[in-house]
Design a protein around this ligand. Structure first.
Ligand code: ADP
Ligand code: MG
Length: 648
C-alpha cells in the first residue's frame, strides 16, 4: 500500500480496521481521555521490559545506557507533551507494522459488534484494548521517533490520525522511543504539571520503572515520597513509586492500585471483578497476582487468542501469555506470576515439562477456584455476573479436570424448572436442598434452547410432583453431563433417558394400600399391553421399544432415549461436523390415560390406527426438536385425518 514520495519518506494509508477503530475511540472515550497516558506509559514500560529480557542473552544491547526510565516533558507554549523511554525501540518495519495496523485476530468481528451507542461501544473498545491510538483523543498530530536496540539509525512516524501516516529516516538516534503529542486546543489541561503528576502517579505507580518529570520550579505540590529512587540528572525528579506492584506487600497496596495494575497487564478498560495476590515461600518460591475480569474478551472462543499470565523470573520480565500456569478452562484469568526458582533463560518448551511449573499451576488453579467459591458465597451478584460471562468456559473444566471436579461442580449454575426462567442461577447445592422426600437423583434435561426444553413433555410428571429439573441448553452441556456422575452423593438422571424411576416408587411397596395400587397398576399394564403390541407392530422399525409412560400427564406420547444413546444436541454437533452416525432408535412412550390413546385403543380400522400412531410418533419426534425422517408423509397423513374429521 506504500507510495514512495522521496527516497526515504513513505506515506501509508491506515488499515481500514485501524481507521474505523480510531474514529470510534475518539468519540467513545472522550469523557475519559486521560487514559491515553496509561496506554503510552504502559507501552514504554513494556518496551523496557522487553529490552531487559533480550539483554539477558545479549547484554551489549543495553550497553552504557542501563538506567531504564521513562521521561515526560511538557512544552506549554508549543502545547506538546513528549513521552520518552530507553526501551527496545522499533525498526522501520516494526513501526509500519505496529503503528499502522491492528494485528489482533478477530478485529473485523469485533468491529461488527459495535452498536453506535457510545456508552456500550466505549466498554467494548475497552475490552478490545485501545493502546497507542488512544493518544489521538488528545493529540491532533503525533510524531514518533524511535531507534531499535542494537541499531544507530532511527525512524520517524508522523500522523494526524485521519487517513494516513508517513514514515521516514530520522538519522542517528539513541535507543528507545519518543512519542511527541501535539495536543489539541481543548486538551491544554494536560500541560498543567501538577495535574499531570497526579494522573501519572495513578497510571504508573505500579510499574517497576521510574517515570520522571522536570522539577516544578514554582509551587510546592511536587513531592516525591519514594526516596530510594534517585536520579542522576538533577533537574528531573521521579514522580512514581517505581516499584512493581506485586513485589510490594499486600497491606501497602490499596484497591485502586490493584485496579490500575490490572488495566496495565490486561489491556482491559474496565475494573476487574476480583483479584488475589499471594507470595509463596518454601520449597517453591513465587508471587502471583491473578485477576478475574468483569467481562469476557471478544476473542474468548478464538483458539489462537493470546492467553495466560505475564511471567517474570526474579522481577525480570520473561514473557507475555505464559499459558502453562493455568489450565485452558481458566484462560480468561489475567495477571502475573513471578518465580524465584526458574532460570532466566526459560523457554516455552521448558515451561511445558518443568515440574515446578506444574506445581505452580496446580496451586494457582486451586487458588482461582477458591476465589470463585468465596465470591459465590459472599458476593452472589458478582458471581452471577461472572457465571453469565464465563460459565461456559468453566464447564469445560468441570468436564475434564478430574482432580478439581467437586470444586468445579459446586461452581456450576443452571437454569431450572424451579426458577421458571432461562437465567442460569441454580447451583447443585441449591438443588440438593430443595429435593423432595425420598428423592435420590438430580434430574436434568438437555435441549437446544430453554424455550424448547420448558415445554417438553418429559417435564410433565416432574411439574406435577413438584420435583425440580435442571434445564441445560448450552452446546457443551450434553458432553458435560456425560462426565459428571454424581454430586453430594446423588447421581444425575437425564429425564429423557431410560425407564424413568421416580422418588418413592420402590420403597412404598409394603403397605396394603400400595399393594392395591400396585395391583391396579399392573392391571392397567396388562390392559395396555395389548395396545403396546399393536403400536409396536406399526412402529417396529422406527423404535427400540414401546411402553406406557410414567413421564406424561398431558401429552399423548413422547420419545425416551436409551441409557447410553447419543442425545439430540450431541448428534447435531457431530452431524454438523460432517460425521455420519448410525441411526439411533428411541423408546416410544405413550400416555394410557390420554383420551387420544383411549380412543386409539378402540380403533378397529387398521389403516386408521396405523396413521394415528405414525402421527403421534412424528409429533413426539418434533417435540424433541428433532427433524422428521419423512416430513411429507407426516403432512399427508395429518391432512387425510383432518379431511375425515371435516367430512364426518
Ligand atoms: P499493545 O500494547 O496492546 O500491543 P499498542 O497499540 O499500545 O498495543 O501498541 C502497539 C505496538 O506498538 C506494541 O505492541 C509495540 O510493539 C509497539 N510500541 C508501542 N509503543 C512502543 C514503545 N514505546 N516502544 C516500543 N514499541 C512500542
Ligand atoms: Mg499498549
Amino acid at each position: 500500500m506504500g507510495m514512495a514520495e522521496q527516497n526515504t519518506s513513505e506515506t501509508f494509508g491506515f488499515q481500514t480496521e485501524a481507521k474505523q477503530l480510531l474514529q470510534l475511540m475518539i468519540h467513545s472515550l472522550y469523557s475519559n481521555r486521560e487514559i491515553f497516558l496509561r496506554e503510552l506509559i504502559s507501552n514504554a514500560s513494556d518496551a523496557i521490559d522487553k529490552l531487559r529480557f533480550r539483554a539477558i542473552a545479549k547484554p551489549e544491547l543495553v550497553g552504557a545506557d542501563a538506567d531504564f526510565q521513562i521521561t515526560v516533558d511538557l512544552d506549554v507554549k508549543a502545547n506538546t507533551m513528549t513521552i520518552t523511554d530507553n526501551g527496545i525501540g522499533m525498526t522501520r518495519e516494526e513501526v509500519i507494522e505496529q503503528l499502522g495496523t491492528i494485528a489482533k485476530s478477530g478485529t473485523a468481528e469485533f468491529l461488527d459488534q459495535l452498536s453506535g451507542d457510545e456508552k456500550k461501544d466505549a466498554s467494548l473498545i475497552g475490552q478490545f484494548g485501545v493502546g497507542f491510538y488512544s493518544a489521538f483523543i488528545v493529540a491532533e498530530e503525533i510524531e514518533v521517533l524511535t531507534c531499535a536496540a542494537g541499531e544507530t539509525q532511527g525512524t520517524r512516524w508522523v500522523s494526524r490520525g485521519e487517513d494516513e501516516f508517513s514514515v521516514d529516516e530520522a538519522g542517528e538516534l539513541s535507543r528507545g522511543t519518543r512519542v511527541m503529542l501535539h495536543l489539541r486546543k481543548d486538551a491544554e489541561e494536560f500541560t498543567d504539571g501538577f495535574r499531570l503528576r497526579t494522573i501519572l502517579r495513578k497510571y504508573s505507580d505500579h510499574i517497576g520503572v521510574p517515570v520522571r518529570m522536570l522539577k516544578q520550579t514554582t509551587g510546592s505540590a511536587a513531592t516525591d515520597d519514594t526516596p530510594e529512587e534517585t536520579d542522576d540528572v538533577p533537574e528531573y525528579e521521579v514522580v512514581n513509586s517505581a516499584k512493581a506492584l506485586w513485589t510490594r506487600s499486600r497491606s501497602e497496596i490499596d484497591d485502586s492500585e490493584y485496579r490500575e495494575f490490572y488495566k496495565h497487564v490486561s489491556h482491559d478498560f474496565e475494573d476487574p471483578l476480583s483479584w488475589s495476590h499471594n507470595r509463596v515461600e518454601g520449597k517453591l518460591e513465587y508471587t502471583s497476582l491473578v485477576y478475574i475480569p468483569k467481562r469476557a474478551p471478544f476473542d474468548l472462543w478464538n483458539r489462537d487468542a493470546p492467553k495466560g499470565l505475564k511471567l517474570y523470573v526474579r522481577r525480570v520480565f520473561i514473557m507475555d501469555d505464559a499459558e502453562q500456569f493455568l489450565p485452558l478452562y481458566l484462560r480468561f484469568i489475567k495477571g502475573v506470576v513471578d518465580s524465584g526458582d526458574l532460570p532466566l533463560n526459560v523457554s516455552r518448551e521448558i515451561l511445558q515439562q518443568d515440574d515446578r511449573v506444574t506445581s505452580i499451576r496446580n496451586a494457582l488453579t486451586k487458588r482461582v477456584l477458591g476465589m470463585l467459591d468465596t465470591m459465590a458465597r459472599k458476593q452472589p451478584d458478582d458471581y452471577q455476573s461472572f457465571w453469565d460471562e464465563f460459565g461456559e468456559v468453566l464447564k469445560e473444566g468441570a468436564g475434564e479436570d478430574f482432580s478439581n471436579r467437586e470444586a468445579l461442580a459446586k461452581l456450576l449454575r443452571f437454569a431450572s424448572t424451579s426458577e421458571n426462567s432461562n437465567k442460569k442461577t441454580v447451583g447443585l447445592d441449591d438443588y440438593l436442598e430443595r429435593m423432595i422426600e425420598a428423592q435420590d437423583k438430580i434430574y436434568f434435561l438437555t435441549a437446544e434452547s430453554y424455550e424448547n426444553a420448558s415445554n417438553s413433555p418429559h417435564l410433565e410428571v416432574f411439574k406435577e410432583r413438584g420435583i425440580e429439573v435442571l434445564v441445560l441448553f448450552d452446546r457443551i452441556d450434553e458432553w458435560l453431563m456425560g462426565s459428571l456422575t454424581e454430586y453430594g452423593g446423588k447421581g444425575f438422571q437425564d429425564v429423557m433417558r431410560g425407564d424413568l424411576e421416580l422418588p418413592g416408587e420402590d420403597d412404598e411397596k409394603d403397605t396394603d394400600e400400595d399393594k392395591n395400587k400396585e395391583e391396579a397398576e399392573s392391571k392397567t399394564d396388562e390392559e395396555s399391553s395389548a395396545l403396546t403390541d399393536r403400536i409396536k407392530a406399526v412402529l417396529e422399525n422406527r423404535v427400540e421399544g414401546v411402553r406406557p409412560s410414567k413421564r406424561l400427564t398431558n401429552s399423548p406420547a413422547c420419545l425416551a432415549l436409551g441409557d447410553f444413546a447419543m442425545g439430540i444436541q450431541m448428534r447435531k454437533i457431530m452431524e454438523a461436523s460432517g460425521q455420519s452416525l448410525p441411526e439411533s432408535k428411541a423408546h416410544f412412550e405413550y400416555n394410557p390415560n390420554h383420551p387420544l390413546l383411549q380412543k386409539l385403543d378402540e380403533e378397529s380400522d387398521e389403516k386408521r390406527f396405523e396413521d394415528l400412531v405414525l402421527v403421534l410418533f412424528d409429533q413426539a419426534t418434533l417435540a424433541e426438536g428433532a427433524p422428521l425422517a419423512d416430513a411429507a408423509g407426516y403432512v399427508n397423513r395429518l391432512n387425510s385425518l383432518l379431511l375425515e374429521l371435516l367430512s364426518d
